[in-house]
Design a protein around this ligand. Sequence first.
Ligand code: FE2
Length: 228
Amino acid sequence: MLNFNKKKYHVVKRALPRPMASFLVDYFFLKHQVVAKFFRDGFITRDRLEWGSWADPQNQSTYSCYGDFISETLLLRLHPLIEKHSGHKLIPTYSYMRIYKKGDVLETHIDRAECEVSATLNLGGGKWPVFFKDKDGDKKAFSISLSAGDLAIYKGCELQHWREALEEEYCIQVFLHYTNEANQHLRFDTREMPGLPSAYKQSGGWFKYSQLNMDILRGKDKDKDKDK
Ligand SMILES: [Fe+2]
């Protein structure tokens, strides 16, 4: 779609029906509360990133989660819609979710290659404007406000983007990332399948993770031997 190539963004109103967006707000708030309790109680350790974390360098006190099953399902289900509106043949890479709270900002950045075409989906809370500025072309910044269920598709590697301090109590955004089909090696962000946590990325995450687990298991075996 020529228009997307030139403008580098496109807004799809009501990409998700409002009741579904509202349902997902409840889901992510519940997950956020349960994971906070898990961490407080030591039921799971804070390095179990598949549950999400408060350790995202962009917002260290904000809950975020890579590859939640629901956001990964949205990544796949909205893939045809995003191809249609961008006019690009795309490969899904990964999804991400953040529950922003009052006062949060999003620092100015451009995305990595896995996010060549990205989408931000507002599930609920504030209409929090996202600002864009083309890093190469027209240097004038502009902003887009999204209501619950609205989706903004943008060229994440070409448009600088940021958000100023959130005025409302919260805003839940799901980010859906795709790359052009030439980048086959980046399919599912180098994970074997969607839904797997970032530890499964081929960049060594899974290897380190499995090695750690093996060491723990070996440690347990040694302890068992001692008991005999
Ligand atoms: Fe981004």
